[in-house]
Design a protein around this ligand. Sequence first.
Ligand SMILES: [Zn+2]
Length: 346
Amino acid sequence: MTDPRALMREGSVTEIDAPEESCQIRACSCPTCYLCGAVGILLYENLTDRLFGSPGIWNFKLCANPSCGLIWLDPMPIESDLGKAYRNYYTHTQPQASTQQSGIERTKALLTRAYEFAWRFTPVYSERQKLELMYLDGLPPGRVLEIGCGDGQGLARLRARGWDVQGQEVDEEAATHARTAFGVPVFRGRLDQAGFRDEEFDAVVMSHVIEHVHDPLALLRESRRVLKLGGDLVSITPNTQGWGHARFRASWNGLDRPRHLFLFSRNTLELMARACDFQHVKTWTTAARSVWTVGGSLRIQRGEPVRGSWALITRAVRQAALHATAVMARRRDPEAGDECVLIASR
Ligand SMILES: [Zn+2]
């Protein structure tokens, strides 16, 4: 397995010629697969960050090995410059309620509430509730670590179900919000700096984290180290084999360049979990949150915010229709969900 950092140490990579203090994101070339070492086939080229405007032009490679299928960024931002890709990113915190909402914002909020209410009468709603509890709803509560816990809402939900919660988060603002708004304990920093004890947790969960890190295998190994024997790992990530990627291709928001470094399928998640000695490895796909995929992908496709009430309503109707299509696609094909779920035990 090829670690991009190892490639850099060996001097076999090129870096964009820019000083560290430049806003340009320095990157290394990654021609071969991180998991199996096979050569990468060019999948998409010359992509820019159309959601958050970070600098750089990016390509994605697809592993040529049919029994692997990993997708990755090439060139890939070097670890010390990755923060530059997040300068305009979501802060992970909840937006403050505005006392002076515009007519468009009120319309949008009303449409969203009506839409969410309508979905309550479908099986998607119960699946989404399970997702929001990271599929721990059937387990007796114990001690849980959420890696990349964001604003702490997920941990607050688990605490309300009796779990003893602990978060880890690299984003200072999000970690502060989690502590002050929800009172959940959060280690602010990298997971390997947190000093969690061996076998400290009954469960380790992470949602949309594994695609952001330079060394996903190291993340899984550290998760396994802190899990009790028989404890569960739950990881959720975009699905490269899902309906959204097939529909939107280079505009699929699962690519989220240059923040998503590696992209996975059920197959590659299983390969990694087994490589890290996890037991009882299970994966499946879900369309319960495909509305996010559709919304983000439409924004990338258009490349500009929607302006005006009529355009907003048209876009909302289109998003709703595509969301329903995504849900139906998952009903027809179990591989077509826009997110992959991995559950494995130590
Ligand atoms: Zn591969």
